[in-house]
Design a protein around this ligand. Structure first.
Ligand SMILES: Cc1cc2nc3c(=O)[nH]c(=O)nc-3n(C[C@H](O)[C@H](O)[C@H](O)COP(=O)(O)OP(=O)(O)OC[C@H]3O[C@@H](n4cnc5c(N)ncnc54)[C@H](O)[C@@H]3O)c2cc1C
Length: 410
């Protein structure tokens, strides 16, 4: 039985660990927190996931909350006008629904499932020097520790990392009690509100500890009016401030949320980070090597809601590489090939996400405006959230976009 250690109990680490157990591997996960600590801790993400990523979970019966989480059937785009109205507003339908299960619910539940299924868990925040000795006891060490300190082991890849600084300031609240959405009261959809020059407000229907909820999520351009979280306000003040920003910049969302309340005392989050791609192989002083995965090696800004999707796709891709390796050594050449295979999946999401951080070029505004009257364009755009590779065929290139728009919209 091959012995594998995974550091980090998030989407990537737990999904990989649970799948490897199914294939008879001897897997240990090191987690900085216990399930109780995760459930009682702060929210970590908005974690909207789309069909392909959710299917990887279903394939291994990890979809424990599928029956309870709201089904995200579409994705709406609005652009705010100067006078507080919407210059544009539409919703496109996803071919298959997405879902967002609070990572506190999912990771705590998966960690318990992992132990129940015979996996070993060590509750310990791992340091670089721990890793150095651990590599001697395992055939493969995967570092799935998100954006924590262990990333220092993996050098930044400047050719794949166009940004050095955070491109958005993030702020999130999980709430109950918003009014139904008047535009489509019978359907749940992610909403993507753009406030030109200021930032974006996403709204994500999700499942949290206390049941279904909604998750408003501001992405603010640094230095602008949504960049106002450095004082780390207490949860009540945080939500009050988000509401005030909604009233000012996206009043149609304020109308729905003005009576909503936080789901719990840990339901807010603020921060930001620079998008980065890192070299996948970490070398330790004693000569041992470890392989980084998901956010450790490719951390994109959440503006396109892709990180958990990518973590799931990374887990699925690494799993295939591990299974195909059979009994051969997991050496650094194999690690590099394993990452490049995943990079071919995540590169389109990275390119698209980095493009979405820039002000929308004229051809994108044309796409959004024609989508308002053309359901085919809407559908293609929103289904790109599941399969970002399609954006390279039209959305990202002005000429390809124009050709496509001529075909479908005259
Ligand atoms: C505000 C926000 C909104 C987002 N919204 C979305 C969205 O809607 N859709 C989407 O797909 N993605 C979204 N993302 C991104 C997504 O949350 C991440 O990309 C995803 O969680 C990455 O998974 P991971 O397994 O790589 O890392 P993580 O989820 O960060 O998990 C890493 C785990 O490792 C643990 N750990 C860290 N250091 C150590 C250590 N030294 N020892 C032991 N354990 C350690 C951590 O405690 C954590 O449990 C969002 C992110 C943010 C910040």
């Amino acid at each position: 039985m091959r012995k594998i250690l995974i550091v980090g109990a998030g989407q990537a680490g737990l999904q990989t660990g649970l799948c490897l157990l199914e294939h008879g591997y001897d897997v240990t996960i090191m987690s900085a927190r216990t399930p109780e600590e995760i459930r009682g801790g702060r929210v970590m993400s908005t974690q909207a996931m789309f069909h392909t990523a959710l299917q990887h979970e279903r394939d291994y019966k990890l979809n424990l909350w599928e029956g309870r989480a709201p089904r995200i059937q579409g994705l709406g785009v609005s652009i705010a006008a100067e006078d507080g109205t919407r210059a544009l507003d539409w919703v496109g339908m996803l071919d298959d629904y997405g879902q967002s299960v609070d990572q506190r619910v999912k990771m705590a539940g998966w960690l318990e499932l992992f132990e129940d299924n015979g996996g070993k868990v060590i509750f310990h925040g791992v340091t670089t020097s721990d890793l150095d000795s651990l590599t001697r006891h395992y055939e493969l060490v995967l570092v799935a520790a998100g954006k924590g300190e262990l990333v220092q082991l993996f050098g930044r890849d400047p050719d794949r990392s166009p940004y050095n600084t955070p491109q958005r300031v993030l702020s999130v609240s999980y709430v109950h009690g918003a009014d139904r959405r008047p535009e489509h009261p019978d359907m749940d959809a992610v909403r993507f509100n753009v406030v030109p020059g200021v930032g974006e407000l996403f709204v994500i229907p999700g499942l949290t500890l206390s049941g279904p909820c909604e998750i408003p999520f501001f992405e603010g351009i640094p230095g602008g009016p949504l960049d106002c979280w450095s004082d780390r306000p207490a949860p009540g003040e945080h939500w009050k401030r988000m509401l005030e920003l909604m009233r000012q910049y996206v009043p149609w969302e304020y109308e729905r949320f003005k009576h909503a309340e936080l789901t719990d005392s840990q339901a807010t989050l603020s921060g930001g980070y620079a998008p980065v791609v890192r070299n996948p192989v970490g070398e330790l002083p004693s000569g041992g090597v470890v392989l980084g995965m998901a956010d450790v090696v490719v951390a994109n800004d959440p503006i396109t809601g892709q990180g958990s999707n990518n973590a799931s796709k990374c887990a699925a891709s690494y799993l295939e590489s591990i299974l195909e390796r059979g009994g051969e050594p997991f050496d650094s050449d194999w690690m590099r090939r394993t990452f490049e295979r995943y990079w071919s999946v995540v590169e389109p999401a990275t390119t698209w996400t980095n493009a979405m951080l820039q002000p929308p070029p004229a051809h994108v505004l044309d796409i959004f405006s024609r989508a308002e009257r053309n359901a085919t364009i809407r559908k293609r755009f929103v289904n790109g959230f599941d399969d970002p590779a399609d954006f390279g065929n039209w959305f990202l290139d002005p000429e390809l976009a124009e050709r496509y728009l001529r075909e479908v919209d005259g």
